[in-house]
Design a protein around this ligand. Structure first.
Ligand SMILES: CCCCCCCCCCC/C=C/C(=O)SCCNC(=O)CCNC(=O)[C@H](O)C(C)(C)COP(=O)(O)OP(=O)(O)OC[C@H]1O[C@@H](n2cnc3c(N)ncnc32)[C@H](O)[C@@H]1OP(=O)(O)O
Length: 248
């Protein structure tokens, strides 16, 4: 039926390393150029994790040129996903913090597994960093200004039930039904003529995408100088240590 399934596979936690981001963007571009493909189901092959978000090791202890290169690729993936002409449905089968949530938010419809261990949200403030304006814009577009304001400041990671209530996801289903539900949602969306759906999607999303497009360079510079600060590097170090200690 012209539907591709994209499975994120970067063990152990599907963090979005530079390599992973680049491969993702290329695969998406190929699908976009394949006229037989009308829809993509985005999911994960890592058990219990949709995506741990941006790779912290790409943002810690590197040089400014690396940060700039990394951020350019983050922007590129976001612009491709958010403005895709294809129907994107995410089958969220695990934890989805920060950049993981961003991937899901780019989709036209989000189905999440009903497992309270899985959480989703833009938790950047908990790491001592700040979600950039275009993450924020997409959050506001999805859940409204007040909920986004609160969730961004608190770095809230929502359980599936909470995410459904606030509108971060569209549907919560038993874990073993996430994929079948994503497929049935896709079938419904495929019934809409592409041209009218695409023009409508473009009308809804263009201003948000253009907002980044017109200031991509400045955004890269902001990111690079922000992430290079000693205080921010210290926060990231502490967060990485906390992740390590959780194990021991
Ligand atoms: C003035 C304004 C200017 C603004 C400019 C912009 C500012 C910066 C914007 C940056 C935006 C950032 C977006 C992000 O996505 S940041 C990443 C956020 N992600 C997280 O907080 C998730 C962290 N991870 C977890 O919570 C858990 O790992 C998870 C629930 C995903 C899985 O738990 P589990 O118990 O299964 O696994 P472990 O915790 O043991 O992890 C296994 C190993 O993986 C490493 N790990 C985890 N997450 C990441 C990550 N995101 N990047 C890199 N590595 C990660 C973890 O450390 C473990 O490693 P080791 O095995 O070596 O210990």
């Amino acid at each position: 039926m012209g539907v591709a399934v994209m499975k994120l596979r970067n063990p152990p936690v599907n963090s979005l390393s530079l390599e992973c981001l680049t491969e993702f963007t290329i695969s998406l571009e190929k699908l976009e150029n394949d006229k037989s493909i009308r829809g993509v189901i985005l999911t994960s092959e890592c058990p219990g994790i949709f995506s741990a978000g941006l790779d912290l090791l790409e943002m810690y202890g590197r040089n400014p040129a690396h940060y700039a290169e990394y951020w350019k690729n983050v922007q590129e993936l976001w612009l491709r996903l958010y403005t895709s002409n294809m129907i994107l449905v995410s089958a969220i089968n695990g934890a989805s913090p920060a950049g993981g949530c961003l991937l899901a938010l780019c989709c036209d419809y989000r189905v999440m597994a009903d497992n309270p261990k899985y959480t989703i949200g833009l938790n950047e403030s908990l790491l001592g960093i700040v979600a950039p304006f275009w993450f924020k814009d997409m959050y506001v577009n999805t859940i409204g200004h007040r909920e986004a304001e609160r969730a961004l400041q608190l770095g809230t990671l929502f359980s599936p039930a909470e995410a459904l209530k606030v509108g971060v996801v569209d549907e919560v289903v038993p874990e073993d039904q996430v994929h079948s539900k994503a497929r049935s949602v896709m079938t419904k969306w495929l019934a809409i003529p592409d041209h009218s759906r695409q023009l409508t999607k473009n009308m809804m999303r263009k201003a948000t995408a253009d907002n980044l497009i017109k200031q991509r360079e400045a955004d890269i510079q902001n990111f690079t100088s922000f992430i290079s600060k000693d205080s921010i590097q210290k926060s990231l170090h502490m967060y990485l240590e906390k992740l390590k200690q959780k194990k021991g």
